[in-house]
Design a protein around this ligand. Sequence first.
Ligand code: FES
Length: 71
Amino acid sequence: MDDKENIIMDKLTKICTCKSISKYKIKQAIEKGYDNIETIRKKTGAGSGYCNGKNCTEPIQNLIDDFWENK
Ligand code: FES
């Protein structure tokens, strides 16, 4: 997959389904320096939905970890 296709897939993939927050939006926040769950929640709204982050906290943490491992 090239970069454009990855971006499209990231925009279509919802990490926080309660708030319909995409993987793309989470990754953008991480790249801008929001580097922990709390700051990402405040920036994007992810984790503030019906499940209160039960379903999206781990995937968000995985994206943070991936970012730092590949930096
Ligand atoms: S999936 Fe994120 S708050 Fe429920």
